[in-house]
Structure formats: C-alpha cells, structure tokens
Design a protein around this ligand. Structure first.
Ligand code: UDX
Length: 431
C-alpha cells in the first residue's frame, strides 16, 4: 500500500521504517524541514538501535521519502497514519493541539485527493478522542465518515531501545475501526505480520493502549511495594517475584523492583488515564497508588543509601546511569531527576555519569555537570547508586569501586553480583 505518516518523532519514524521494510511505500511528513532533510539523507533524527542502517537502505531503494507537504503526501497515498505527540498538560490531561493540526492538514489533503482515504490515529489518545477530533475535523470539511473516508485507531506498543523489534514482532496488533471497510483495510495492511490481530471498535482500541500501560506500571509499583517489605524482613524480592511470575496467569515480566519507572509513556499515560477516570466520575484509587509508590521509590532509594552511609551532608554521591532505562539517551521522567534533588536537599554533592544520556540530563537538571567516565564519578565518592541497567555497569568489578573514599554501593537495578564484591558495602533495592 501507499502510506503517509504524519509526525516523524519516535513512533512515526519507527512505524514508517517498519512498514516500508514490510514492503509498503512510505511518505513521512514533518513540519520541521531539518528532520525531513535528515531522513531523506537516510539519517534518523532520533537515536534508536538498528534504525540508521535500515533507514539508509530504504531511502536508497526509494521505499521511504520524507516531505513537509502533508497535502501532497495524503493525495498520493491510500492510508495516512497520524503519529503526532500528545504531551501532558499541567492537569495531567493530554494536549491534543498537534492532533487537531494534523487532522486539519489531512482534511486539506482529502480535498485535493477527491476520493476515499483511510485515516488512522496512532498517537496515544484517551477514549473518544479519535472521533471527537480527527473525525470531526474531516466532517467539518464536508467529508462523510465511511463514505469519503475510513477511520481507524491503531495504538503502538514500542519500547525505546528495542522499538524496531517490537514493531516487527509484536505480541498483537490492535486495530480499532469505524466500520467493516476500515477494519478490513487495516487488517490487510498488516497481513504479512505473523501475529494475532485484535480487531475492535475505535474507543476500545484507545482504551487498550492506556489499560495496557497502566497495568504494566501497576506491576512495577506492586513489585516495589513488596520489595520494601522484603528489605525489612531480610528476603529478596527477586526470588519472591520469580515464584510469583512463574504462574502463567501473572508472568514474570515487569515485576523487577528498582528505582521506579520513568520514560515518555508510563508516567504520562497514567496521568492522562487518572484525569480521564475522574472526568467520568470514577475515583482512580489503584492508579493513584501506582503513581504514589513510583514517586516514593527514588526517595526510598535515598533513604536506603543514607541508612548505609549515615548523614549525607557534605558527602559525595555518584549516580551511575542518568537515562530512564538502558539503551536510550532519553531522560524524560528518569528517576535520577528526583533522586538528585533529594540527595542535594539532604546536603550531598552529587556527580553523575551516563554513556549516552549525560547531555540531555544536564539540560533538565540545574547546575549538573555529568562526568566523562565511571572512574571519574566514583573517585573519592562516599557512596554510589546504580540507577540505570546499562551493560557497561554489568561489567564493573570490585577494583572499579576501590577508588571510592568509602565503597558503599546501592544497586537500584540488580546489575551487580554481591558474591563478586566481598570488600564492598553492597545493598540492592528489594534485598
Ligand atoms: C513503555 C511500554 O513498554 C511500551 O509498550 C509503550 O508503548 C511505551 O512505554 P518504554 O517507556 O520505552 O516503553 O520502556 P519500558 O521498557 O516499558 O520501561 C519503562 C520503565 O519501567 C523504565 O523506567 C524501566 O526501567 C521500568 N521498569 C520496567 C521497571 O522498573 N521494572 C520492570 O520490571 C520493567
């Protein structure tokens, strides 16, 4: 099929590349001419493992092009995916202004095309939004839903760092459609993916995305709450969750206790679902608690470190890992941010190192100058928190920590094996 993708952020670009790889012809659209130029040169404007060589090949083969011109992209294609951001507003609800803009642009494209077009929202939006915003924008221009255009909602479940793989081999593809024709077009588009299709209505598809992320975040906060009990009674939450997770009804994934969850999705999507729930008159007790446990977890981490080190005033603390998780330079909602604030509030001097995310972190935390290496961070430090599960940290050995003034190490991500660290004062969250 000929597909246009509006928005070349993370979701749009990975989806565009993934669909082009599967044999579709893709036009990526973005308002930023710099991004468009970069994509047309085969260089992704974002960092994601494996994306660069694939994009280069697809651009070279003419299977993916980028443009700033939405109208001609829509006119020249059969299906348009809207993949623009829906950031949080201060009250937690989603800001749909980019979606509104994109939907109006698609309406202009439909005008120019003059025949049936399939419009799909991939952006994460609360139930009702695809119809309230995208359908309305097209109808305001005089197009009839089902007659002049098809409408779909097709949420993404891409994890940063492994997004291409998640696109190629998803557990399922969720397709919400306005009518049978819309569902049929989207099912055909995904027919050479060998995975189950969940075909449903638009609102259900919108809710599946939020409910999925909320449940995964709930698993993490649940594991973190249990981990605090385990710390008190001297057992290991990882052993507990191995036992819990071997029940096929539960599954072991996303039960790893640690410093809490961050990133661009879980915190934002929880806030949006909480707002949505209240707007329906339903008190979101579970979701509220999931957020509260997650906000306490970095503070709890600092409490454990203080318990190991004594008063933090005047001490040097090294944070290893500033990204919200490994294999990304993304620091959005990274647990290192509240951790640095809390350590400083208690009078500690904080240094930090990250193999990819240092510059981004320095932009969001005032007066923070990341250092260039693990060694520089640890030298003379009185304590250390392992905040991100980078492979580089998994390879650290006891001698690496002996440059510290006092080798006190708190493992927030289970990257080290204490059996190999007899001279280190080691503790891990949940153990
Ligand atoms: C997530 C969802 O997984 C994805 O489906 C959605 O579309 C976007 O949001 P992402 O934010 O890239 O993806 O990262 P993910 O790997 O899910 O981790 C999210 C956070 O939870 C990270 O901070 C991670 O460190 C943390 N986490 C994850 C835990 O603390 N424990 C776990 O067991 C799993």
């Amino acid at each position: 099929m000929n597909i246009s993708i509006i928005g070349t952020g993370y979701v749009g670009l990975v989806s565009g590349v993934g669909l082009a790889e599967k044999g579709h012809q893709v036009i990526c659209v973005d308002t930023d001419p710099e991004k468009v130029r970069s994509i047309n040169e085969g260089v992704p404007p974002i960092f994601e493992k494996g994306l660069a060589p694939l994009l280069e090949d697809l651009v070279e083969d003419g299977r993916l092009v980028a443009t700033t011109d939405t109208v001609s992209a829509v006119k020249d294609t059969d299906v348009t995916f809207i993949c623009v951001g829906t950031p949080s507003k201060p009250d937690g609800s989603i800001d749909t202004s980019f979606l509104k803009g994109a939907s109006n642009d698609v309406a202009d494209g439909l005008d120019a095309k003059g025949r049936y077009h399939m419009v799909v929202v991939k952006s994460t939006v609360v139930p009702g939004t695809t119809e309230d915003i995208t359908r309305s924008a097209l109808e305001r221009k005089g197009f009839r839903a089902g007659e002049d255009f098809g409408l779909g909602m097709n949420p993404e479940f891409l994890r940063e760092g492994v997004a291409l793989n998640d696109f190629r081999y998803p557990d399922r593809i969720v397709i919400g459609g306005l009518d049978d024709k819309s569902k049929k077009i989207l099912s055909t588009l995904y027919e050479n993916f060998d995975v189950p299709l969940v075909v449903t209505d638009i609102k259900t598809a919108e809710m599946i995305k939020y409910a999925s992320n909320a449940l995964l975040a709930t698993k993490i906060s649940f594991a973190n709450e249990v981990s605090r009990m385990c710390e008190k009674i001297g057992i290991d939450v990882y052993d507990v969750m191995d036992g819990v997770g071997s029940d096929h009804r539960v599954k072991r994934d996303f039960l790893n206790a640690g410093v809490g969850f961050g990133g661009s999705c879980f915190p934002k999507d929880l806030k949006a679902l909480i707002y949505f729930s209240r707007a329906q008159g339903i008190e979101p007790r579970i979701l509220d608690s999931v957020v509260r446990v997650n906000e306490q977890q970095p503070i709890h981490t600092v409490n454990v470190l203080e318990d190991m080190m004594g008063r933090l005033t005047g001490k040097k603390v090294a944070i290893l890992g500033l990204a919200f998780k490994a294999d990304t330079d993304d620091v959005r909602e990274s647990r290192a941010i509240p951790m640095v604030k809390e350590l400083r509030r208690r009078g500690a001097r904080v240094v930090g190192y990250d193999p990819q995310a240092a510059d981004n972190f320095a932009e969001v935390v005032d007066n923070f100058e990341p250092v260039e290496s693990v060694e520089e961070a640890l030298t003379g430090a009185d304590g250390c928190i392992l905040q991100t599960d980078w492979d580089e940290f998994k390879g650290l050995v006891e001698d690496d920590f002996m440059v510290m003034a006092d080798p006190v190490v708190l493992d927030g991500r289970r990257v080290l094996n204490p059996d190999d660290l007899p001279r280190i004062k080691y503790r891990a969250i949940g153990r």
